[in-house]
Design a protein around this ligand. Sequence first.
Ligand code: CP
Length: 306
Amino acid sequence: LIHLLTTEGLPRDVLHQILDTAGQFVSVNDREVKKIPLLRGKSVFNLFFENSTRTRTTFEIAAKRLSADVINLDIAKSSASKGESLLDTIANLSAMHADMFVVRHSESGAPYLIAQHCAPHVHVVNAGDGRHAHPTQALLDMYTIRHYKKDFTNLTVAIVGDIVHSRVARSNIHALTTLGVPEVRVVGPRTLVPGDLREMGVRVCHSMEEGIRDADVVIMLRLQNERMSGGMLPSSGEFFKEFGLTPEKLALAKPDAIVMHPGPINRGVEIDSSVADGAQSVILPQVTFGIAVRMAVMSIIAGNEA
Ligand code: CP
């Protein structure tokens, strides 16, 4: 693995290798070891052309724990605002001896373009591109599910909300099906969950009653207002009434179901506060596991595993 651009097509053994490696880093982090020298002398450039709280920060923490030098390019203050192209930006950062680019971009495919044009020794990690993919989010979601549920092969996983615009949904569907989850459901209104998603091997549900009944894992997603046009956007009140996760709707799932969300959450739109902060929510553990999973990804692609 030279780059991590997508979970699509990643073999099951590679997914397990990443999760197992992350498990070692979780144990290390629990022992409050602050630094591991696996990326000592390497320069990791965080290039976030789109906003982020969790992904950018946990990549920075992860790279620093691996002893890398971390450079966070402030895109708003960079020469991209003077018209410098993406590839010219990359060429110039490469001239500063970059070893790894962690890239978030609103255009699907931007990390692929960078991977095609950078030097062979440079690694690219997709930190979310448009509506296409968010592989490290999917991997930390898989880590979380394995942590709480142990085995993928007997699970029903419901992904609820704005599926059509969600790179998280797409990356999770690929990872869940590869890991052998027998039933993956996508749940939401017809405008946000089109029937052709069945081609991805999922069950399409347009009601919460059908979508989360007896689910083991419920993954809630926010409405991606920034990627919607025209009449696609339901009012937040309408959406909450039909698809917002309340304690009453969660009672349809298995009693030990876990509730996940990649964040940022919109309370009272896709999830009620009492569920987001409730006993079944693992939303904040997801964030914490993200550090170890990103350490695993960076160390594996750089060829320096724990
Ligand atoms: N889950 C996620 O990608 O969050 P951020 O946008 O804050 O990075």
